[in-house]
Ligand binder design. Structure first.
Ligand code: MG
Length: 344
């Protein structure tokens, strides 16, 4: 019988996020383990505050999930198990993902195959992953530039009145290509369009979520005119949202923590491709567990923004290997994780 255990953990951010409301120094996560025979699958729920999940909601949900998993001896068919997990309660997307990821890791270990191979993924298609560079004091910025040295692409958070100044400041220290994320911050269509043309001249390669998530009309207006690909992030959570966003954006940002894990993520990916959409794979601040799960599907995507475990201090797993700015998919069973010690 499949045995689920889980532990709430606080992930310590390497650099606190500065917000209008104060500083964010940690991300709530829950680490899951699913055991079958002598094998253990690792999973993770990463829960930034804006999606409404936390240690209490995840603990309550995973207690329900534990009873479902007990009814199975093996982690498959995953689609069937995850359909039952999904039906337990609405929401809880990250908690559901923590079950799905652990099932995949366990499945790979039982088959002695990497998760990417279970999905027929070719590691040669791995795109470089961007490294998120939040603005900070000059001293901290220098430190962040050192931390980003191994990455080929930088991701910058925009969406304020200082956007041009932020890009100019970045351009003083780096000429790497940039993914820009407005996080719903731009509301004036014409101004945004001007800015997008200027950003293109600054070697910005794409823009994420320019307008508020429910304003698909503005997204569509911009996508029709934008010189840069416009990617839905907050507007796109799960597979079921794809119909609405497909007409308004050039692409979608698929995150396992939004779409309940690899099972649905893979289906969303195929469906997005059928609709001619570009695909970005993203993450939260996460351990190597969530990151390597996302990396398993990343070669099927156009853009990768899966740097979460480089942004934290207390990763309980060995770091992924980064070569030429790309995460290496290893020939190891499951997700290829090595746990370094007890979770704390
Ligand atoms: Mg985003």
């Amino acid at each position: 019988m499949l045995q689920l255990s889980f532990q709430p953990v606080l992930l310590e951010l390497r650099h606190p996020f500065r917000l209008a409301t104060g500083m964010r120094t940690h991300t709530n996560i829950v680490l899951t383990e699913i055991r079958s025979d002598n094998h253990t699958g690792f999973g993770e729920a990463a829960m930034p505050p804006y999606y409404g999940e936390n240690h209490d909601t995840a603990t309550a949900f995973l207690s329900l999930a534990r009873d479902v998993l007990r009814q199975y001896d093996r982690p498959f068919p995953i689609e069937e198990i995850m359909a039952r997990i999904d039906a337990l309660a609405p929401g809880n997307h990250a908690a559901k993902a923590s079950v799905d990821i652990a099932l995949h890791d366990l499945w790979g270990k039982l088959e002695d195959k990497p998760v990417w191979q279970l999905y027929g993924v070719d590691p040669a298609g791995m795109p470089p992953t961007s490294f998120t560079l939040g603005m900070d004091t000059p001293e901290v910025m220098r430190q962040k530039m050192e931390e980003s040295a191994g990455f080929q692409v930088i991701k910058i958070k925009l969406g304020s009145d200082d956007d041009r100044a932020i890009i100019r400041a970045i351009r003083e220290v780096s000429d790497k290509p940039v993914y820009a994320d407005a996080n719903q911050g731009w509301t004036d269509r014409e101004k945004t369009l001007d800015l997008l043309h200027w950003l293109k001249e600054q070697n910005v390669l794409l823009v994420e979520q320019p307008a508020p998530k429910n304003d698909l009309a503005t997204a569509a207006w911009l996508s029709e005119r934008s010189p840069l690909p416009v990617i839905a992030d907050e507007s796109f959570q799960r597979l079921a949202d794809l119909g609405d966003v497909a007409a308004a954006f050039h692409g979608v940002n698929i995150k396992l923590m939004k779409c309940t894990g690899l099972s649905e993520g893979f289906r969303a990916l195929r469906e997005a491709r059928k609709r001619g959409l570009k695909i970005m794979v993203g993450c939260m601040t996460e351990t190597s567990c969530g990151i390597l799960a996302a990396a398993a599907l990343a070669p099927l995507c156009d853009f990768a923004d899966i740097d979460g475990c480089w942004l934290i201090r207390n990763n309980p797993f060995e770091m992924p290997v980064l070569t030429d700015g790309k995460i290496q998919l290893m020939d190891k069973p499951g997700l290829g994780l090595k746990k370094l010690g007890p979770y704390s």
